[in-house]
Design a protein around this ligand. Structure first.
Ligand SMILES: Cc1ncc(COP(=O)(O)O)c(C=O)c1O
Length: 484
């Protein structure tokens, strides 16, 4: 059996390319030389890099096999809470691959980039309309980068008012990147606790808001998947003391077309195009975290900005109060094309997207709350958070449940986040899962919960089916191997 490893297409134990190489193999063949040979300059003939000799098919098979070890939303349900692994319609890719977009060079003069600039201009206006805010910058490259942009705008605004401030209020249900972004701008995060319903009480904010506080950062819906119902009252408290309200709008996928962000008191908001507008999440990027602001904060947005002058689109740096530039050129343009394509193809159905995302999450919540502990037993938005409390008697943890789900062909949910729930399992089905796949998932969780009672070793040893098994955490902690 052993000699087949890495040779056939069925036993996918793939060796390194270095192990596969064979002297003299090559990925190309040149025609026979029909001219006199000419010796190369001695200085050019070194030992050369130690690359293996491989044929094209060796390399293609190697990478194609490796790609099948991965799990993606195109292969199965990926209920990773907080990350919104919704299906990315393929038409988005098709539009982004159009040569006029894919080959556009960022250094082309605006006269030769009218299509690209028009797309950016229109996308900004679409996002302003969807959120109910007035002006948008597409420049930030991710959600956290959008937060940083927002904090720089907070800083610039207070500076311009002549009263710089040093603190930011951040609830315990905010996304973890919020305090980090605030700290990066030199603000001191003032943590506040959510109430027994998992949301923020106005009185809690009132108790800490003062004239040295630049504002508050509210993730809404929050990381428990709950809508911050008191946001208007909270915004009024913050505004009354001269502060600003930052909305982490990464979870907008739950409230599109339903909540007018401008009307609930939020001054600055970022969006995660890769969560809400179906652009790909790819190993760390490229992404986009556009920032939307109220009119009076528009002068602070990053430059350059796309403006329209006599029916032509141009890039302008003429915004003296701008916080400056946050990304090379204008942001990740290919991602903007995908989001624009999604928004235009969905049109008014964007509201339905949110309704279905919320419906699916509530269906899962109601179906599983008998077998998994639900710390906040109330209607949720696009995701729901359980804990491993019921399984503790069998010494089964959230990690065991998550690993066992892999044996049933599902990507595990987010685990041990948010921190306000001990042993959290955060499940986000997204709107694109059918009832059949939700039912399969529910069946798998119920079976696992039964196994936890009857055959706990199945969970402790899981996963057994995937290519890579569970890491031996004790050995890893005792004998850390920090070098490859
Ligand atoms: C609520 C929330 N805020 C912020 C972020 C950070 O976004 P990014 O990972 O793009 O930096 C995320 C990421 O999933 C999020 O869910």
């Amino acid at each position: 059996m052993k000699e087949f490893l890495g040779i056939t297409g069925l036993i996918l134990n793939e060796p390194l390319l270095w192990e596969k190489g064979k002297k003299g193999r090559s990925g190309f063949s040149l025609p026979r030389r029909d001219v006199e040979g000419f010796p190369l300059d001695e200085n050019l003939i070194g030992a050369g890099p130690d690359f293996p000799d491989l044929s094209e098919v060796d390399v293609i098979r190697h990478y194609t096999r490796l790609s099948t070890w991965n799990f993606g939303v195109d292969t199965g349900m990926y209920p990773l809470g907080s990350c919104t692994m919704k299906y990315n319609p393929k038409t988005n890719e098709k539009q982004a691959a159009l040569p006029g977009f894919a080959k556009a060079h960022p250094l082309l003069p605006s006269d030769l980039s009218q299509g690209a600039l028009q797309l950016m201009y229109e996308l900004e206006h679409l996002l302003a309309e969807i959120t109910g805010l007035d002006a948008v910058s597409l420049q930030p490259a991710a959600g956290a980068h959008g937060e940083l942009t927002g904090m720089l705008i907070f800083y610039a605004y207070h500076q311009k008012q002549g009263s710089p401030r040093s603190k930011i209020i951040i609830p315990d249900t905010a996304h973890g990147t919020n305090p980090a972004s605030a700290a990066l701008c030199g603000f001191r995060a003032i943590p506040v606790k959510s109430n027994e319903q998992g949301i923020l009480s106005p009185a809690t904010v009132d108790a800490v808001m003062d004239e040295d506080t630049a504002g508050i950062m509210v993730t809404n819906p929050n990381t428990l998947g709950l809508f911050e119902e008191h946001i208007k009252a909270i915004a009024a408290i913050v505004h009354a003391k001269g502060g600003l309200v930052y909305g982490d709008g990464a979870n907008l996928n739950a409230i599109m077309g339903i909540v007018d962000i401008g009307k609930i008191g939020i001054d600055v908001l970022h969006l995660n195009l890769h969560k809400t507008f179906s652009t790909p999440h790819g190993g760390g990027g490229p992404g986009a975290g556009p920032v939307c602001v109220k009119k009076y904060l528009e002068p602070f947005l990053p430059v350059p900005r796309v403006i329209k002058e006599n029916d032509r689109y141009v890039l302008s740096e003429d915004f003296p109060d701008s916080i400056g530039k946050l990304h090379a050129f204008y942001g990740n343009f290919g991602i903007m094309v995908r989001a624009y394509s999604y928004i235009l193809s969905m049109g008014a159905h964007l509201k339905k997207v949110s309704q279905l995302a919320v419906l699916n999450a509530n269906y899962l919540k109601e179906s599983l709350k008998e077998v998994l502990h639900l710390p906040y037993n109330r209607p949720c938005m696009h995701e729901c958070v359980f804990s491993d409390k019921f399984q503790q008697a069998d010494q089964i943890t959230t990690l065991d449940i998550a690993k066992r789900l892999m044996d049933y062909g599902f990507h595990p949910p987010t685990i041990y986040f948010p921190l306000v729930v001990h042993g959290a399992l955060m499940i986000e089905p997204t709107e694109t899962e059918s009832q059949e796949s939700l039912d399969l998932f529910i069946d798998a969780v119920k079976t696992i919960v039964k196994e936890a009672r009857e055959h706990p070793e199945l969970l402790r040893e899981a996963p057994k089916r995937p290519k890579v098994r569970r890491m031996d955490e004790t050995a890893a902690a005792r004998h850390p191997c920090l070098r490859g």
